[in-house]
Each structure stands twice: as structure tokens, then as C-alpha cells.
Design a protein around this ligand. Structure first.
Ligand code: ADP
Length: 288
């Protein structure tokens, strides 16, 4: 069985995060052969995205979730680094603005989903509305508890209009998070990334664990699956996410559209253009 399958949250399966080892690397090592594999994924991803863009009939939505320091930014860099910026977007979800909060929770999400031919990555997503919102009691349970089904329905709507959906939960340990906070603290160029809430949210680790477990259990569906990515090792996180995105795009079986012009006719026009360019060149030389 490919290691990828072991990272999939099976629909209807009850998730226990304590059973997922954040240090898991599926037997891979951070060595040259892993680097070579990643380079192959990168080349293949570039090619697949070109096909997606050229075909213009389907789209891909990637949702990234994880606690502070889990590596959402690094994952985006890795996946999109392999693609042509034309035809890709990243959308980050922050605390809702006044206007956003005045609407239903999916309002701000729906309008930034990917159009045909494009890839969009959500850095945080509509899932914050059953995570941070639940942990901080921002709305009553009677409200957030109905959202799982609403999300499943929403995602089904997107899928039925040609969007493939992949959702990644980046799984790190509290020790690894603290190590990453220390690295940020040591590097002045990354001080802007630090916020006080990093530390207060950390206190709520058990509450977030529970919220993530419910979220993954209730919203991993056949049409929009979740993958729990062991992310203590950044290189393994990149390897696994890159491979899953690549395999999924392969399954989408994009087709380069047939030309809208008659290629034989264009070839004749091209030959005529070459002949007339040569003639022009000869005439210009004669004048000199
Ligand atoms: P990030 O941590 O993603 O790099 P920020 O430091 O600006 O970016 O954090 C964004 C914050 O917005 C997070 O604390 C996140 O939980 C919060 N947030 C996102 N969506 C919602 C929401 N629907 N309701 C409340 N808070 C939200």
C-alpha cells in the first residue's frame, strides 16, 4: 500500500490524533534520493498544472489547516513553487471583517474558490468556523455543530461543477511547535510572524485536538477527502503533500484542447511568411 493511503482519513472513520505519529516518514530519509523524488514531483506538477490551465474545464482547491507553526506557509511555497503563477491563487482567511461577519460563514469562501483551469490554495479556510470558532465559543454549539453538514454540502456543490478538493491537516507535536517558535524568536527577519496569540492558543492544545478530531471525522468525504500529514519533518510534509497533489491531478485526466485553427493551413501561412521575410531581407541588402 502506498504510504499516501495511510495518510487519508477514511470517510466515516473516527479520528484519534494521538494515534498519528507526527514524526512518521514512511521509511524515507532526508537524503539525495528523497530530493530526487521531490524534483520529479515538481516537474510532473508543473506539467499537470499546464494541462489544467490549457484545458480550462476543471479546477483544484487545496485547503491547508494546522496549528500555528505547523508549516502552512512552507507547504504553499513548496506546492506553488512547482507551478506557473498564472493560473494559481492563494487565499488566506483571517478573523472575519465586519462585512464578512454580517454574512453566512461560507459567503467569503465561495467567492474565492478556483475558477476553471486554476488552482487555489486556502491558507486556513471555512474550517476555522468549526475550529477557532468552536474552541473560543464565538458562536453557540447549536450553530457550529450544524456547520459540518453545511460544509459537506458546499463542497459537494463545488465538486459537481468540476472542482477537485484536497484538504490537508498538518500534524505537529507541541514540542515541535515550541522549537519552531524558538527559531522564529532567534531570527529577526521572522519576528513579524510572531503574535501573542501563538502562546495563548498553545494553551488550548487539548481543545484544538478535540475540535480537529471531530472536524476530520465529520468532513472527510469521498468527494473532498482530508489527509493528516505528519509534519514534524518539513521535508516529509513537502514530499507527501506534493505526491498527493500530483496523484490527484493525474486522476483528473486533463486534455489539451484541440486547436481551433487548421494547422496545415497555418503551416502554409508560416512558410509564406518565411519566404516573404527572406525576400524583404534581400531587398533591404540591395538598397544598402
Ligand atoms: P496566520 O496565522 O494564518 O499566518 P494570522 O496570524 O493573521 O495568520 O491569523 C489569522 C487568525 O484568524 C487566526 O488566529 C485564525 O484562527 C483567525 N481566523 C480565521 N478565520 C476565522 C474565523 N472564521 N473566525 C474567527 N477567527 C478566524
Amino acid at each position: 500500500m502506498s504510504y499516501i493511503k495511510s495518510l487519508l482519513i477514511k470517510p466515516g472513520h473516527k479520528v484519534r490524533l494521538s494515534k498519528i505519529d507526527p514524526d512518521f516518514t514512511a521509511g524515507f530519509k532526508d537524503d539525495q534520493s528523497t530530493q530526487d523524488k521531490m524534483a520529479k514531483h515538481t516537474a510532473r506538477l508543473r506539467d499537470l498544472q499546464y494541462h489544467l490551465y490549457a484545458e480550462g474545464k476543471q479546477s483544484l482547491l487545496i485547503c491547508l489547516q494546522g496549528l500555528d507553526g505547523a508549516g502552512k506557509d512552507g507547504t504553499i511555497n513548496h506546492v506553488l513553487g512547482a507551478m506557473n503563477p498564472q493560473g494559481t491563487q492563494v487565499h488566506g482567511f483571517k478573523v472575519p471583517s465586519k462585512e464578512e461577519a454580517a454574512h453566512d460563514f461560507l459567503w467569503r469562501v465561495h467567492k474565492v474558490t478556483p475558477g476553471k483551469g486554476t488552482v487555489t490554495i486556502f491558507n486556513r479556510s471555512h474550517y476555522e468556523d468549526v475550529l477557532v470558532v468552536r474552541v473560543h465559543n464565538l458562536v453557540p454549539k447549536s450553530v457550529w455543530s450544524q456547520r459540518y453538514e453545511m460544509i459537506n454540502e458546499f463542497e459537494r456543490t463545488l465538486v459537481s461543477s468540476g472542482t477537485r478538493i484536497l484538504k490537508f491537516y498538518l500534524h505537529i507535536s507541541p514540542e515541535e511547535q515550541l522549537k519552531r517558535f524558538a527559531e522564529r524568536l532567534k531570527d529577526p527577519a521572522r519576528h513579524w510572524k510572531i503574535s501573542e496569540s501563538d502562546y495563548s492558543e498553545r494553551q488550548l492544545w487539548p481543545e484544538y485536538t478535540k475540535a480537529y478530531e471531530d472536524c476530520l471525522s465529520k468532513t472527510s468525504t469521498k468527494h473532498a477527502p482530508w489527509y493528516a500529514i505528519p509534519s514534524n519533518n518539513k521535508w516529509f510534509r513537502n514530499l507527501a503533500v506534493g505526491k498527493i497533489v500530483m496523484e490527484t491531478m493525474r486522476e483528473m485526466k486533463m486534455k489539451i484542447p484541440a486547436p481551433t485553427i487548421d494547422i496545415d493551413d497555418i503551416e502554409r501561412k508560416y512558410a509564406a511568411a518565411v519566404r516573404s521575410a527572406k525576400k524583404m531581407h534581400r531587398e533591404l541588402n540591395r538598397i544598402d
